[in-house]
Design a protein around this ligand. Structure first.
Ligand code: DGP
Length: 113
């Protein structure tokens, strides 16, 4: 998608700190980390949000979740982590390309919202 920030990151047009990549998924460190480890996992296929997952194959979607657990192991998050996907204005989604935040590296709040 031409004007999508995360598509530009996948294409290497905007620099990022890559932590994982495979055929379907790209993952990189969030530019405004909210925890010691804050990583964004995104499908390489442009999907605006979770509301668009019917446009993706099961393989593409499963790859995102498999990437999450691989990255958690790579980052040594054996004590736990949180995965969040903000969807739409009420959730303050600011980039319109489906992404999963991985947050960890410290005790997280019991509050999720
Ligand atoms: P959300 O609010 O759920 O749409 O999260 C978008 C996240 O994307 C936010 O935590 C900041 C991050 N972000 C925005 N622009 C960039 C960028 O250019 N590089 C990186 N690494 N992260 C970005």
């Amino acid at each position: 998608m031409k004007d999508c920030l995360f598509c530009k990151i996948i294409a290497g047009e905007i620099p990022s700190t890559k932590v994982y990549e495979d055929e379907y998924v790209y993952a990189f460190r969030d530019i405004q980390p909210q925890a010691p480890i804050h990583i964004l996992v995104i499908p390489k296929k442009h999907l605006a949000s979770l509301n668009a997952v019917s446009d993706a194959s099961d393989t593409e979607l499963a790859a995102c979740l498999r990437a999450v657990s691989r990255i958690a192991a790579q980052e040594k998050l054996e004590n736990g982590y949180r995965v969040i996907s903000n969807c739409g204005p009420d959730a303050c989604q600011s980039v319109q390309h489906l992404h999963f935040h991985i947050l960890g590296g410290r005790q997280l709040s019991e509050q999720m919202a």
